[in-house]
Ligand binder design. Structure first.
Ligand code: FEO
Ligand code: CA
Ligand code: CA
Ligand code: CA
Length: 628
């Protein structure tokens, strides 16, 4: 089990923490009723129609076409494909050295712990660009590493030494790197004073309600306020004051115990921590990851981490006020009254969608650290009638002992107040042109089949209307009165992904999905400055059965007003397309290509017999025009 690299994080967690099957006749009837409730609810919104019908606001169909490209077909080539008039060039790859005294990537050995610590990390994910004092700084999450590839030079593709394990560790974290556009195109600036690797060993400060709580104290840190490192950083966020938010997602898969029968606490079990790790072996080289020795160490992961990219000596801050779960990204909005609102998904089957509202307001001269130290954390409840509400998570509402415990055991608090179980909330993106917010619900094969890890019912519900949902959907909500701090909101579905060439029912997808633009498993999500919504996929690339005709993972653009969706880019074999940002002049789009060849069938980007390497590509128009 430990060595099966084909399992997803969720699948692995379910094997080590099996959930009861729950699929009796009563439940089937309940599901059917819920589905009808959903359809009635969405129709009740007036300007939106239900699944299988148009979701387009009437009158918007004739809106001007805001796409600047012709849609491209699917692809199963081991290459990046973009529309005519555009070009895509590789800018930086896993293992590229950030300093001139570090070696180039070695395809034969895949480097060492020491070389990896001085190089761009693996599996690029969330990213953002910062413009500081005339320098363009790219900050990128390096979510995880493919062990079959990292250790593929060893006979059985396993770690052969402690240095192999440490190399894997150093491939994780965050990379800060200056980039520049020269005649040869975009590239990294080696030896820039801004270049930095943040790794699972970097010193961090714990902030917010959980700082100093007994559950945060460990052998190495009896104060419970200073921890080391960040890992499995998935999506990201960017604050109005110019810091980067790295979101810790599947942090649990790195802890283990020597005794594989060691039982962790129910609280850790809810987060998927167990005696077995995911094959990384970190406990072999660092006792922090031995959950039998330091059972509080996992309580110090699963947060949003704030990093100042302009100061390479700054200490990253873990923001416990924003809650602990498998954070996807952190979409930040300054509300009309100046309070800072952060929308966040917990990416696991049947987990929740959250909102943080700061107590303080963002204004010139304000202590921005304080904004993320106190506020109200809430979980979303979606009603089937197209309305919803944010349920505050406090000791009073959750029954937990303190706000510190709410911030550590956030999932348990959300279950206690009755948040809506979701189909794996991935990225959240707020529309810069309207008070509305979108979230990718990537897929959920357990919808209507079994409860979530906390035992919560996962029958179909309003925004999650299909059982055994293997295509995913994008939900959007509009805060009441355009106020992102309001308790209530209205919601609808922007798109139900599906396959209209295989299915004739709700699994065909919504009306804005057709044979020419279909996709599965929406994941990355970001608006450009024009208000187009960019959708990146992390789905099934088998191109057969339910996924016939959908090709490799891809990136599409959606018009939030008309509902039209066009395919813009297709990635190489077995990759995920994730992470998106723009150059300050908006003439280049940076797109992340993660885990090409995760099942052994890619040599992208270098071709031949080279090792496949995750990379960030720079996409430009051949006429030098704007790309977003
Ligand atoms: Fe790392 Fe939920 O994707
Ligand atoms: Ca993701
Ligand atoms: Ca995903
Ligand atoms: Ca991924």
């Amino acid at each position: 089990m430990k060595d099966d690299h084909t399992l997803s994080f969720d699948e692995y967690d379910e094997i080590v923490n099996p959930r009861p099957e729950e699929c009796d006749f009563d439940r089937v009837v309940e599901r059917a009723l819920s589905r009808r409730g959903f359809m009635g609810g969405v129709l009740a919104m007036g300007s939106f129609a239900a699944v299988g019908g148009s979701i387009l606001p009437t009158g918007a169909r004739a809106a001007a076409n805001r796409f600047s490209f012709e849609a491209i077909p699917v692809s199963t080539a081991d290459d990046v494909i973009v529309p005519a008039g555009y070009k895509a060039e590789v800018m930086v790859r896993w293992g590229d050295p950030l300093w001139s005294d570090a070696p180039e990537f070695d395809h034969a050995t895949r480097g060492t712990a020491a070389s990896q610590e001085r190089a761009f990390g693996d599996n690029t994910d969330g990213q953002d660009v910062f413009f500081h004092d005339g320098h363009v700084l790219l900050v990128v999450n390096n979510e995880y590493t493919n062990r079959d590839i990292l250790w593929g030079n060893n006979p059985d593709a396993k770690a052969a030494s402690d240095d192999d394990v440490a190399k894997g560790m150093m491939a994780h974290g965050v990379t800060v790197v200056e980039i520049a556009n020269s005649e040869g195109g975009w590239g990294i600036v080696k030896d820039s004073p801004y270049n930095r690797r943040v790794t699972p060993q970097t010193d961090m400060t714990i902030t917010g309600p959980a700082a100093g709580h007994d559950l945060m104290k460990t052998t190495a840190d009896p104060s419970g306020t200073a921890c080391k490192g960040t890992w499995n950083n998935c999506g990201n966020g960017k604050t109005p004051w110019g810091t980067y938010l790295a979101c810790e997602e599947n942090f649990n898969g790195y802890f283990s115990a020597e005794d594989e029968n060691h039982e962790v606490s129910p609280e850790l079990k809810r987060y998927g921590v167990s005696a077995s790790d995911w094959g990384y072996g970190w406990a072999k080289i660092d006792d922090r990851f031995n959950v039998a020795k330091d059972p509080n160490e996992p309580n110090r992961a699963g947060y949003v981490v704030e990093i100042d990219p302009t100061d390479p000596n700054s200490t990253p801050r873990k923001l416990t006020a924003l809650g602990r779960f498998k954070h996807e990204n952190a979409d930040t909005v300054v509300n009309n009254d100046g309070r800072v609102v952060v929308y966040m998904g917990d990416d696991e089957r049947g987990e929740f969608l959250y909102r943080f509202v700061s107590d303080g307001v963002y204004a010139a001269g304000v202590d921005t650290n304080a904004l993320f130290e106190s506020g109200t954390l809430s979980v979303a409840k979606f009603n089937d009638d197209g309305t919803g509400e944010w349920l505050a998570l406090t000791p009073e509402t959750t029954g937990l002992a303190s706000q510190a415990e709410v911030c550590i055991h956030t999932r348990q608090g959300a279950s206690a107040v009755g948040g809506t179980t979701m189909d794996r909330p991935e990225w959240v993106a707020s529309n810069p042109n309207a008070p509305e917010v979108y979230c990718c619900l990537t897929n959920n094969k357990n919808r209507g089949v079994k409860p979530n890890a906390g035992g919560d019912d996962t029958s179909v519900n309003g925004p999650n209307p299909r059982d055994k949902n293997n295509y995913g959907q994008i939900v959007r909500w509009r805060p009441n009165g355009g106020d992102h701090t309001a308790a209530g909101f209205g919601w609808d579905l922007y798109v139900l992904a599906g396959n209209p060439t295989v299915h004739g029912d709700a699994y065909a997808g919504s009306e804005n999905v057709n044979a020419d633009n279909m996709f599965n498993s929406p994941d990355g999500l970001k608006f450009d400055s024009n208000g187009l919504l960019w959708i990146q996929t992390d789905g099934n690339y088998g191109n057969e059965g339910d996924f016939a005709g959908q090709g490799n993972n891809q990136m599409l653009a959606g018009d939030p007003v008309t509902g039209e969706i066009r395919r813009f880019l297709v990635g190489p074999n077995e990759c995920e397309v994730t992470g998106l940002s723009w150059s300050p002049d908006r003439r280049t789009m940076f797109v992340g290509i993660q885990h090409p060849g995760e099942d052994g069938n890619s040599h992208w980007p270098e071709g031949g017999e080279s090792v496949p390497r995750s990379a960030i590509i720079a996409v430009t128009r051949e006429d030098g025009g704007l790309v977003g």
